[in-house]
Write a protein that binds this ligand. Structure first.
Ligand code: FPP
Ligand code: MG
Length: 336
């Protein structure tokens, strides 16, 4: 399986510089706030969004015939800024998401809300969001900042749409696709296009990177939803969180679409018991596995992966294009 380390290889020096840049931003006065920020910095994930920003900036600046030297620092300040803005928005959104979901863990470590209570975690998320806005304004790179910042509203819309459909148990394929676009694919799409904007790429390349990121982001969330059903996955989260939260995601939608109206009602009734009844969770997990829900969802995911890689095929071969193609494969194959 392709490793995330292999994907990072052509931009290692830039990623190291970026980590320092990010550390410099996430500082504060006050003991508790400093403690919370250092927890946030030490529990960062794979950094997929900054990796995407840097690789698409390299890809489209090569298309712009600027020289990139492998293994050296190549990014301009604008690219670091773009990577920082998307990473901080993502971080703030997950801190709030864990409060909303009442999640105790994130990436195998205690969540901010479990360590410092929801009331502090909400303000921590707000603080990171405020720092993001302020870093953006101070940079005076208004074209880049306004390209990225619109995604905050889209993330919020996705979260509320998901909440509404979960409460009503009304998620269909089309509302599911809208939700995952808004809560996940929109920011990945903005990361990919912001990489291009940061190097002054042509409008057509910005658009191609937007489409690439959207397809990759859709696949990324579908894979996340498949992994939620996989008890052997190494996600750092307990399996079947989505069922316990009453969320209808693609593996279950694939099954519901094959059901008679009566079977559908029976499954939705089971779903309403999942928050309190582990036997209902086991039952639905079993049905989704046995009736091919996971395999069908994986096929849908693969159509998005194919779309993303076919967009990359139009670019000349380079270590950055290879890394982005490998990222597509990694998203499809990952177990965490
Ligand atoms: C994770 O979903 C959540 C998101 C991708 C988006 C959350 C967005 C908000 C809470 C809106 C607020 C935004 C900002 C910028 C403060 P999940 O619960 O399906 O994934 P998980 O299993 O990783 O928790
Ligand atoms: Mg969550």
């Amino acid at each position: 399986m392709i490793s995330i380390d292999a994907i990072r290889t052509p931009i290692l020096a830039d990623l190291a510089a970026f980590d320092e840049f990010l550390k410099g931003q996430l500082t504060s006065e006050g003991k508790l706030m400093s403690e919370m920020l250092s927890h946030v910095l030490s529990s960062r994930g794979k950094g997929v969004r900054p990796i995407i920003v840097m690789l698409t900036s390299a890809l489209t600046s090569a298309a712009n015939s600027r020289e990139w030297v492998e293994g050296e620092r190549n990014c301009t300040k604008r690219t670091y800024l773009a990577a920082m803005l998307v990473e901080m928005l993502h971080t703030a959104s997950l801190i709030h998401d864990d409060v909303i979901d009442g999640a105790d863990t994130r990436r195998g470590r205690p969540s901010a809300n479990s360590l410092w209570q929801s009331r502090n975690a909400v303000v921590l998320g707000d603080y990171i969001l405020a720092k993001t806005m302020s870093a953006g304004m101070q940079s005076a790179q208004y074209d880049l900042v306004s390209h990225i910042i619109g995604s905050v509203a889209t993330l919020c819309e996705g979260e509320i749409l998901q909440s509404q459909h979960t409460q009503e148990r009304s998620t269909t394929r089309s509302s599911y696709l809208e939700i995952i676009y808004k809560k996940t694919a929109s920011l990945i799409s903005v990361s990919a296009s912001a990489g291009a904007v940061s190097v002054g790429a042509e409008r057509k390349d910005v658009e191609q990177m937007r489409r690439f990121g959207e397809a990759l982001g859709m696949a990324f969330q579908i894979k996340d939803d498949i992994l939620d059903y996989s008890r052997e996955a190494q996600t750092g989260k307990p399996a079947n969180n989505d069922l316990r939260e009453g969320k209808i995601t693609l593996p279950l939608i694939e099954v519901l679409e094959q059901c008679s109206p009566a079977e559908r009602l029976q499954l939705l009734d089971k779903l309403s018991q999942c928050a309190t009844d582990p036997a209902a969770v086991d039952f639905l997990q079993g049905v989704v596995e046995a009736t091919g829900g996971l395999a069908m969802a994986a096929r849908t995911m693969q159509t998005y992966i194919n779309r993303a890689t076919s967009i990359l095929a139009a670019y000349d071969e380079s270590p950055y294009r290879t890394a982005l193609i490998n990222l597509c494969a990694y998203v499809a194959e990952r177990d965490r």
